[in-house]
Design a protein around this ligand. Structure first.
Ligand SMILES: Cc1ncc(C[n+]2csc(CCOP(=O)(O)OP(=O)(O)O)c2C)c(N)n1
Ligand code: SF4
Length: 278
């Protein structure tokens, strides 16, 4: 009798690379990485059909720690690169990961237009309310009164509200997760990956080095008291009373995704190389 070829089911391990993360001990990003690999297994996407795209920052190191295709690009430009990739290769599952500095400050413009375009990609922001990699500058989500050597007395600036902005700009799936709940985060990420259109997941991911008080987030976060809605007006009303610590899926819309298809090849890679030869 012939052997029947069997394929072992994919697990989180199937998506891990051999590189050991170099984040500070206790950084929330370790847990987010584990949630991402669990989510890929739940969504049952083959590693060779996934591309993980990032900008620059501690959180943006994620692509190197998965064995999927990866693109570690320029600070604040991950969504532009990912949109181009998805348009050229609609068959790929594209996941974008980065920090609040990368996504809301230098990349804020791209965030708005990615929500508006509604290309079928998933965007994770590991929000620690600070620039971790460059040693503790305030970011757009830093509390106005956070006192530090680099912003004595605090910035006194109004914070950026990622979920409000994502909803207003047209994102098709909006959620908040917490790094301290890796299984819950994996569940939300798998839903985001499966949902058509631009899916945005804000993950509260403590920076234990520059914001050690964020260890308290464990006690402050709670499951959102209501289930997700497909009605943007209702989602907007819920955000009016949101204090930033409700965890769960807020909005699952059905807006048509940006129509994309395979880009017709107009020349060979060799002809392209020739065109750009120096
Ligand atoms: C064009 C450009 N401007 C500034 C920098 C410096 N820079 C690198 S990472 C970073 C901020 C990182 O913060 P965040 O995106 O919140 O990620 P985290 O490190 O906290 O995960 C900055 C300002 C850069 N690399 N490129
Ligand atoms: S500096 Fe902060 S965000 Fe960066 S690795 Fe350390 S704890 Fe994580």
């Amino acid at each position: 009798m012939n052997d029947v070829a069997t394929c072992a089911p994919r697990t989180a391990q199937s998506y891990k690379s051999g590189y050991k993360p170099i984040w500070c001990p206790g950084c929330g990003d370790y847990s987010v990485l584990s949630s991402i690999t669990k989510a890929f297994a739940k969504a049952d996407v083959a590693p060779e059909n996934v591309a993980v795209v990032s900008g620059i920052g501690c959180s943006s190191r994620i692509p190197a720690y998965t064995n999927c295709y990866g693109f570690h690009g320029v600070h604040g430009r991950s969504l532009a690169a990912a949109t181009g990739l998805k348009v050229a290769r609609p068959d790929l599952t594209v996941l974008v990961a980065g920090g609040d500095g990368d996504g809301y400050s230098i990349g804020g413009n791209h965030f708005l237009h990615a929500c508006r375009r509604n290309v079928d990609i998933t965007y994770i922001v590991m929000d620690n309310h600070v620039y971790g990699m460059t040693k503790g500058q305030p970011s757009p989500t830093t509390e106005p009164d956070w006192d530090s050597k680099l912003s004595p007395g605090g910035t006194k600036l109004r914070v950026f509200h990622p979920l409000v902005i994502a909803l207003a700009a047209g994102a098709n799936f909006i959620a908040r997760a917490f790094a301290g709940d890796p299984n819950g985060t994996a569940e939300i990420l798998a839903r985001a990956i499966r949902h058509p259109g631009f899916s945005f997941v804000e993950i509260l991911s403590p920076c234990v080095t520059f914001r050690p008080e964020q260890r308290e987030w464990k006690a402050q976060t709670r499951p959102a008291p209501v289930a997700s809605t497909g009605d943007p007006a209702r989602a907007a009303r819920r955000l009016m009373t949101d204090d930033g610590f409700n965890i769960g899926v807020l909005f699952e819309g059905d807006r048509p995704t940006c129509p994309i298809g395979p880009v017709p090849a107009t020349c060979t890679p060799e002809q392209l190389e020739e065109e750009f030869a120096l």
